[in-house]
Ligand binder design. Sequence first.
Ligand code: BGC
Length: 380
Amino acid sequence: MPKLNPFFRRWLPVVGVVLLAACSNGTPADDTSETAAESEFAAAKDCMNVGILLPESDSSARYEAYDRPLLEQEIKVALPGVTIQYANANNNAATQQNQADAALTKGACILVVDPNDSEQAAVIVQQAKQSGVPVIAYDRLIQDPDLAYYVSFDNKRVGELQGQYIVDQLNAGNFGLQEGANLVMINGSQTDNNALLFREGAVEKLQPLVDSGDLNLVFDQYTPNWDNARAQSLMEGVLTKEENNVQIAYVANDGMANTVIAALRTQDLNGKVLVTGQDATLTGIQNILTGDQAMTIYKPIIEEARATARLVAALSKGEDTDSIVNGTNEVIGGAQIPSVLATPVVVDRTNVEQTVIADGFLSKEEICSGLPSGAGGVCP
Ligand code: BGC
């Protein structure tokens, strides 16, 4: 098959029907669609000016510690001589739109956008499209049919792994868990499509136990902007309401888990309640080794950054992306976005060494500095 850009591939079934209809009328199909489609992202060809827009720096340490440096490093390797424009929206969708504007004005011809708000960022995609600029949604999906690509982890799988971990601990009777244990769910931001997927995956695993009475769901809320302080006050409220009768806190990421642990600590409950997390942050791993957090999800961000860089380079060089893409994701309205999804990994105290330390994601020295000697059986 000749080289197809994402726009053409996405609408291939529709185009196919149109072509068939044309043939059955006895009119030879006029194959202009591919040429039209190839020019849809015309600005990308030979592009050497890439805009990277990340969503925040408060709730997760990942963006400035990993995503930004790794994206810059990988894009520069894939496209030597490239200029990179970087901006962080600090949890504000309007700020992110302005940052996209500014990047386009300064000549960005490919945008990599981790949206602060998965729906509002559609404006960015549409604006970029007017200048023939493709947008790659990075980590969080953007709900727009004209999105060029989506690169992330399997986010529903992240939630399934978190939920299954809880199920396994309950079945094993770990953390003193018994039938009827009280479960709290502190989810991410409702405007982040990932947060919806994390919850969906977790609920898929937990709901059967709630239905059978093995788990008692006492609280289930989203946390605007993944705000860590808000997560803490949510947990404080639950502890008051339930008179400290909480055994499991499903918490969507490590940043919020850390403040939930702070709320537990004031009641002397840290280490006694099963707390989940995500991101394998330094603090998250330290909380696991001290026993305050049970698990996290490790997402090797280098894989996300590298796949993004490969797409950027392919767009710029006008190369086929079939060998990079490994699936599609549907946006609201039904369009299928060519996607690359990497695999998340469960980490608890049993495999910290074999995962984040072995990969060089975090060093043993930084993890163990400030922890008691022998912490988690990992520290010297
Ligand atoms: C990311 C998580 C992150 C969260 C808060 C999600 O979209 O996938 O890794 O912890 O946003 O920034």
